[in-house]
Design a protein around this ligand. Structure first.
Ligand SMILES: NC(=O)c1ccc[n+]([C@@H]2O[C@H](COP(=O)([O-])OP(=O)(O)OC[C@H]3O[C@@H](n4cnc5c(N)ncnc54)[C@H](OP(=O)(O)O)[C@@H]3O)[C@@H](O)[C@H]2O)c1
Length: 292
């Protein structure tokens, strides 16, 4: 798979988080198939979403949806994570599966209760097997923000964990494409931190009356993320160059797919005919001045 998946399935996509992700992904130009335990429920949900936004969204049973897409996002409650993953296990072999599960155990959802495997994501990796590249993400995103036109998704950071760096790249790019600020956060075991943080955020929502607290990473990256901003082959000028990762559409970039394609670090970028990893706008616009 290139850096950009050709299609995305959202298992449990009739729920709060899944609906929001499906909606945002479809608006970013990804063909989306919503999965449900009941295919007719998924079809109705998808038809409504497609009609509302004139988007490319379809619906199917969970297994059919997972089989049809080359990237699969699982958005079901922790209590049903195991059964859901076992149901799609055969059809996701060789694919990237994005697990969003927070191991919440109602009624004590403001208390961190990680599973014996260490994290829900590690549990997913164990259940699906080593041929599946499990990546965890979106734990610290309130679903309500995904469906709100007023929400500033770029203020909400997403920690992306997984053992396969290339798979993480794909998911970082995916989250970036729908407007978040996504970060590589290390191996799948690190997902425990992102998952545990959600209980902390739920507590803080209650304590401070916040409508969906999220997280932000401070500091300015000085290494490339998924989209290096200087043209390939040119190193930083003498004195160093602080490079901020590209966040949103800028002059010279006509669409999110353009950014995605040129965010690939290797291979051929079809829209621009570059070798991947190249900036699509003049470097002087991309680079920030060196910092003291
Ligand atoms: N909501 C958030 O703001 C948020 C934020 C970050 C992470 N998360 C995590 O994302 C996951 C989904 O959260 P959510 O709030 O979207 O959940 P949800 O709305 O309660 O459920 C999502 C979907 O899961 C399926 N489902 C529900 N119970 C099931 C069961 N017993 N067995 C199999 N499938 C079942 C349902 O789909 P069908 O009936 O159509 O099959 C449902 O629409 C959770 O692990 C949650 O911790 C949520």
């Amino acid at each position: 798979m290139e850096n950009r998946p050709r299609s995305v399935a959202v298992i449990g996509g009739t729920g709060d988080l899944g609906s929001g992700l499906a909606w945002r992904l479809a608006r970013a130009g990804y063909p989306v198939v919503i999965g449900s335990r009941a295919s007719e429920k998924a079809v109705a949900h998808a038809q409504e979403m497609a009609r509302r936004g004139r988007l490319e969204v379809t619906g199917a049973g969970n297994v059919e949806a997972a089989a049809s897409a080359d990237l699969v996002i699982v958005t079901v409650p922790f209590a049903s994570q195991q059964a859901t993953l076992e149901s799609i296990r055969d059809v996701v072999q060789g694919k990237i599966v994005v697990d969003t599960t927070v191991p919440l155990m109602p009624p004590k959802v403001m208390r961190v209760q990680l599973p014996v495997e260490g994290s829900a994501a590690r549990r997913a990796q164990m259940l699906l097997g080593d041929e599946v590249r499990v990546v965890s993400a979106f734990h610290n995103v309130a679903a309500a923000h995904l469906v709100s036109e007023e929400a500033r998704l770029e203020d909400c950071d997403v920690l992306v964990c997984g053992n396969d760096t290339a798979a993480r790249d794909v998911v970082v790019a995916l989250a970036d494409a729908i407007g978040f600020k996504a970060w590589h956060a290390g191996v799948i075991d690190n997902s425990a931190v992102a998952e545990a943080l959600t209980s902390v955020l739920i507590f803080m929502n209650r304590r401070y009356g916040i409508a969906g607290a999220g997280i932000q990473i401070t500091g300015t990256p000085t290494k490339e993320g998924w989209g290096p901003l200087q043209p390939a082959g040119t190193g930083p000028p003498p004195g160093g160059l602080a490079v901020r990762r590209q966040r949103r559409l800028r002059p010279g970039i006509s669409s999110i797919p353009d950014i995605m394609a040129c965010g690939s670090r290797a291979g051929v970028c079809a829209p621009h005919g570059c070798a991947g990893g190249q900036a699509v706008r003049p470097p002087e616009q991309d680079a920030e001045p060196a910092r003291a």
